[in-house]
Design a protein around this ligand. Structure first.
Ligand code: NAD
Length: 400
């Protein structure tokens, strides 16, 4: 794209990287030390914004990458946010609810004024949810002077609706993915009624996508999560799988009326669409050759590594890239932030129609740039995002 070299230098660095080590008393009385991160990549277009991940593989480099993708996402979708991400390195499934609450509250306290409603706004990501956002909100507000409290509810998004969350935020990332699949299917003459898809990840994002694809008549033929993979050529009912997962610690293995699959067979399953909605680096030089689909819609952040990307292009598999495909979450987080700032409460129809307009506009910008430049979709998405940041920097200049 011929990006200005000086702007490239700025964007290739993160602005702030915060590491906090903090003690938490566990249920058995012992004290454990935890390490948490918050990386603020760039705030040229607005406050830092991005999720918090609880996972044993969280590390500073992963958080840097996730924070950087958030900057591109805000720029691509034209919402006034910069990019950040955070996380704590631990296995949350091994902790009790009370331990999770103490870890979350102590992490929030340790971050202190490094987060704030007009400065850096966390949200849910892997293994975090509305309950965890409510604990962050409560801890943050409890450390504010009383006069500040009612104007600080937008310190975090993805809150429960009763605590100032937005209708539609819980399904927003999945809803955005489905809006884009609908648009792609229309552009490419694929009938969603009867179309087949495979799904990796059945958490916040994956389970929502599946339940939103059901009314289109699309058939979920295989699902994989951290407990293993399952399949049914006649289709797996997403609502029944969701009920089963709710009863089994959010895991899909062992669900009735399905066959267990190994990972290789899961990846090779023939379908129209593959939706990775779990972790990064899943489509690689080893797995991409096995894929037997027409479209990859990246629900997860960074599910495809550069080698995997080249294989997808060589095989002619179409791609809706992550920074576009999963941007529904941050778009509706922006709506929640706006509603909190204005003391408003939007109905679901308003949230969904605004999300549809913003995400489909971004899709059209990427599609048009792909056609104009003859590039692949990921490159086009990066060019659209980086061009906006380049223009913003050129107009405002660099202090001093
Ligand atoms: P989640 O914790 O709710 O779900 C993660 C899912 O991935 C679970 O079903 C888990 O079992 C599965 N998983 C974990 N390890 C796996 C493995 N090795 N193989 C197969 N499956 C595995 O997390 P989420 O919020 O749904 O996030 C999923 C992805 O979507 C992440 O990449 C996240 O960054 C991205 N994302 C989330 C949001 C959001 O709003 N939650 C927004 C944008 C992007």
């Amino acid at each position: 794209m011929g990006l200005d070299r000086d702007i490239c230098k700025i964007l290739s660095k993160t602005t702030n990287e915060i590491t906090v080590n903090f003690p938490v008393r566990m249920d058995d009385g012992r004290i454990d030390m935890f390490t948490g991160y918050r990386v603020q990549h760039n705030a040229a277009l607005g406050p830092f914004k991005g999720g918090l991940r609880y996972h044993p593989s969280v590390n500073i480099d992963e958080v840097r990458a996730l924070a950087t993708w958030m900057t591109w996402k805000g720029a691509l979708t034209n919402i006034p946010f910069g990019g950040a991400k955070g996380g704590i390195q631990f296995e949350p499934s091994k902790c009790s609810g009370a331990e999770l609450e103490r870890i979350t509250r102590r992490f929030t306290f340790a971050l202190g004024s490094n987060i704030g409603p007009e400065y850096d706004i966390p949200a849910p990501d892997v293994n975090t949810n509305a309950q965890i956002m409510a604990w962050i909100l409560d801890t943050y507000l409890s450390t504010m002077p009383p006069l500040e409290r009612n104007r600080s509810a937008h310190v975090v998004t993805g809150k429960p609706v009763e605590s100032g969350g937005s209708l539609g935020r819980d399904k927003a990332t999945g809803q955005g993915i489905v809006f884009l699949i609908e648009q792609w299917a229309e552009d490419h003459g694929l009938k969603l009624d009867g179309a087949t898809y495979i799904l990796q990840g059945f958490g916040n994002v994956g389970s929502r996508v599946a339940r939103l694809m059901k009314p289109h008549g699309s058939k979920l033929v295989a699902v994989e999560d951290s407990s293993g993979a399952i399949s049914n050529a006649d289709g797996i009912d997403p609502d029944r799988l969701f009920e089963y997962a709710c009863r089994s610690n959010q895991l899909v293995a062992g669900c009735p009326e399905v066959e267990p699959l190994d990972h290789k067979t899961f990846i090779s399953t023939k379908a129209d669409i593959f939706i990775p909605a779990a972790l990064e680096n899943q489509i690689t030089s080893e797995t991409a050759p096995l894929l037997n689909v027409k479209l990859v819609a990246e629900g997860a952040n960074g599910p495809t590594d550069p080698d995997g990307d080249r294989v997808l292009q060589d095989k002619g598999i179409a791609l809706i890239p992550d920074i576009l495909c999963n941007s529904g979450g941050v778009i509706v987080s922006y709506f929640e932030w706006l509603q909190n700032k204005r003391s408003e409460f939007w109905d679901l129809g308003e949230v969904d129609s605004k999300l549809h307009r913003i995400i489909v506009n971004a899709y059209e910008r990427v599609r048009d740039r792909t056609k104009k430049l003859g590039t692949d979709w990921r490159t086009a998405a990066y060019i659209v995002a980086l061009s906006r940041l380049e223009t913003a920097y050129k107009k405002r200049g660099i202090f001093p």
